[in-house]
Write a protein that binds this ligand. Sequence first.
Ligand code: SAH
Length: 262
Amino acid sequence: MSDYRGKLLVIGIGPGTREQMTRRAEAAIAEADTVVGYKTYLNLLGDLGPGKTVIASGMTEEVIRVQQAVDLAEEGRRVAVVSSGDPGVYGMAGLVFEILRERGWDPAAGLEVEVIPGTTAANSCAALVGAPLMHDYATISLSDHLTPWEVIARRVAAAAGADFVIALYNPSATRRKEPLAVTRATITRHRPGTTPVALVHEAYRLGQRVVITDLDHLLDHPVGMLATVIVGNSQTFVYKGFMVTPRGYAGKYRLEKGDAGQ
Ligand code: SAH
């Protein structure tokens, strides 16, 4: 029976092109006979190799797509479900498990599941601007598609009040500009307008665009759906075009060359 046991490979492909994928993610795609994912992500991956069934879909069909993937794995196929970034960060992994639970899935008897991590947008975008996530940070998605706005607003206020660096996912869409404006206003109640902010569009993709600005000027720049916004904490600084949140070494050690004393 185990010969016919299907497998779901829930794969994070990282922010962009194949170079940013882990080896395990590459190998997992190679071992799948069926690959399911958004058209955009499948395009980013380029040639998937011969003999695979590819099921590409648009943005709003997540549930149907994952159900289809589970159906195929239950039939004994090895199905890759690809997510950008990490599949467990606003990605497909949670939905996969919700659907499996609905179906009464038992890992001892049913299909096998492997979740393969990838670099999430907060981390890839941070790398492009320096080291803004060196201290405690929170990620918040501003999309109210699946989360009521009141919940989002409460979390923004809590993270802002606790001086977390904040990485905002889904910061805006063409018809949805207010969430970012309201979020900026909330954070401004707790941090100076000079607090550094990074806007990173399409990290590690062809359309990559990086802007370092501050809370006061955040709304002067276009921010699209494919951007991640990183708002510094009260200690974050910009040095020579890099955004850095200090870990605290400077308070504890002297950082001049050749001086390792306290
Ligand atoms: N699972 C993904 C997140 C999906 S939610 C991950 O772990 O990264 C979609 C949001 O992710 C986008 O609105 C944007 O805020 C962010 N995002 C994903 N890829 C990105 C990239 N290459 N550059 C900048 N932001 C990105």
